[in-house]
Design a protein around this ligand. Sequence first.
Ligand code: PMP
Length: 396
Amino acid sequence: MQLSQRITHLTGGGSDGWDVFYKARRMVAEGVPVVELTIGEHDIRTDPVILEAMDRAALSGHTGYAMVPGIKSLRENVAARIEARTGVPTTFENILITPGGQSALFAAHMAACDQGDTALYLDPYYATYPGVLRGVGAIPRAIQTRAEDAFQPRAEDIAENAQGAKSLLINTPNNPTGTVYSRETLEGVARVCEEHDLWLISDEVYDTQIWEGEHISPRALPGMAERTLVVGSMSKSHAMTGSRVGWICGPKDAIEHLINLATHTTYGVAGFIQDAADFALNQGSALEEKIAEPFRRRRLLAMDILDAQNVVKPIPAQGAMYIMLDMRATGLSGEDFANQLLDTHKIAVMPGESFGQAAAGHIRVAMTIDDDRFAQALRTLCEFAADLANNRASAA
Ligand code: PMP
């Protein structure tokens, strides 16, 4: 039987850029001790106090169908958190609770784009983005950002590609680059969205992981609340990746339609998970800071190690749980470097090429293992890069 093109073309065919990751996983399965600095998953589990709240909610019977838009107290809690952080008046009617940020990305694009519409996104990008855009029937159009700009997008590059487009997807703090978009960047983005009448879909799932500068939600910029759909999630902020709970924040009428979409797709999020998320948000920012702390610490460790050498060039690591490193001094592509590092030193990182064209020659290092092993792996990585660069110099 023939399957739909929508599903068979979701990943665009060819390599999905995850070969190094899968190779590392195979090695681990065979018992090889690989140091995995690949995916964005905390090395701690969900805090027991949140799990106890989940347990209480489930045992007290919150296991039936939950309210499709989300339980009111969680929607109110998310709205209050957003209003406190951005100053933009926000009520529960601006919020739809979703099964994670991933489904929120999909739903937001369903709301913004019709079949055949052009949907813009920025390269390098979080790996699922082009598939999400194809999945809703849109035509993805990537806009390159540049290593020399620390991957801050230029408004003129977006404007050049915006003709006839319906939406623009951005992500700050950024996965994979660790860049936090500046006010100037976001004002430029907002200007282009207004000039070209674009929906802005703002993926802010890393908003609690800021190491430098401040997180600015573009929804807070003048005129942007009516054309911005913010994607949020408990995955990164509360180490609740497996719970699958996130949200979309947007204009009330858009949320009404998105609730209708949820009724016909997900039918909401488990009630006991929502209760746990509600409880977690009630703990305030102290819990969020506790969960972000290991990454803050490891980023400082990494900066010390990287400052002591001059072969590997870091993109300023301003936020999120990753560090992007420019490996071009080794003469290798990100993919070749990652493969050789894995073969030689059993350290797995993500090639920049996994995230598009713009980060070619780079690698992404996830700060997701304990400090000592992380620092040791990064030192080994730098020494390996220095050897490769030296060999290259002596061969020339
Ligand atoms: N956006 C970005 C940039 C991500 O890195 C991730 C997960 N790694 C997501 C969205 C989706 O996260 P979740 O579905 O767990 O909320």
